[in-house]
Design a protein around this ligand. Structure first.
Ligand SMILES: [Zn+2]
Length: 277
């Protein structure tokens, strides 16, 4: 199969991390889900971030067979009671501060309706304050406990806190985890992959040498695809969306020098192993 055919033939594609509940998709959430289905993206995991997007994520996914919900607390939101909200450009119309523990309890209360816990993790890019970073870790541990108890994978944000996030999930005994949108060293990623964890690569891999290098170095059985839409798209300055997954798969296959159709099949199998469907 040529790269062009891989991009156009429908079926079998997966997006493990997207944000369809986002101002950039307002009023277009259903259309974006349909465009993904038309592009052959049969599994799209919509990731919630805080109380408002978590609830809207459940509602949206209930309407579309190709959408699956993951609920979580974004690391900057996790420490919302420890930071000045003015310093964090929150994209949602949700309250800048909320009861984080009540939200973890809510996520646990709907554990039987979700495919994973996430987005969650640590963020050392926006957050430098020690107390706020400590709070992020506390919330991550609570969410990992929910995931373990309900046998759900975690979808991890690790920006500028890659090694620490890895240490915590190992210490907690988390067996199923996806490291989304990896920005750390390839060497550390390979070490994490050797422990059986997965990495999801976004379509920006088309034009990002760092992601091409990551795609080459990781074992194929540890690679998944995501969009992180509306971010991390293949076209500079343009909104990303789940329908662009086939472009990401083609770019991953090209970087690895492998057949795009075979890579797509392997990634679909990897998804099934981690998420069970
Ligand atoms: Zn995200």
């Amino acid at each position: 199969m040529t790269e062009q055919q891989a991009q156009t033939s429908p079926g079998g594609f997966v997006d493990v991390h997207t944000h369809l509940i986002h101002p950039k998709f307002e009023g277009e959430e259903d259309a974006a889900a349909q465009r993904a289905a038309a592009a052959g993206v049969e599994m799209v995991i919509v990731n919630g971030l805080e109380p408002v997007s978590n609830r809207r994520t459940l509602e949206l996914c209930a309407k579309h067979p190709n959408l699956q919900p993951a609920l979580g607390i974004y690391p900057v939101d996790a420490c919302c009671n420890f930071i000045d909200p003015q310093t964090w450009p929150h994209p949602f119309d949700s309250p800048a501060r909320f009861d984080v523990d009540a939200e973890v309890d809510f996520i646990e209360s709907v554990a039987d309706q979700i495919i994973a816990v996430g987005e969650c993790g640590l963020d050392g890019y926006w957050i430098k304050d020690g107390a706020a970073l400590g709070e992020q870790e506390r919330v991550l541990r609570r969410l990992c406990e929910v995931a373990i108890k309900h046998d759900l994978p975690v979808i991890l944000h690790t920006r500028k806190a890659e090694r620490r996030t890895f240490e915590i999930i190992v210490e907690m005994g988390v067996k199923k985890a996806d490291f989304h949108c990896w920005g750390g060293k390839s060497k550390l990623a390979v070490k994490i992959a050797q422990q059986g964890y997965s990495f999801s690569i976004p379509p920006v891999v088309e034009r990002s040498q760092a992601f091409q290098s990551l795609a080459r170095k990781l074992p194929l059985e540890c690679i998944l695809t995501e969009t992180d839409a509306p971010y991390m798209g293949p076209d500079q300055g343009q909104r990303n969306e789940p329908a662009y997954i086939p472009r990401g798969v083609a770019a991953i296959a090209k970087a690895r020098g492998e057949d795009p159709a075979a890579v797509a099949v392997a990634i679909r199998d990897n998804f099934k192993r981690l998420f069970g469907c």
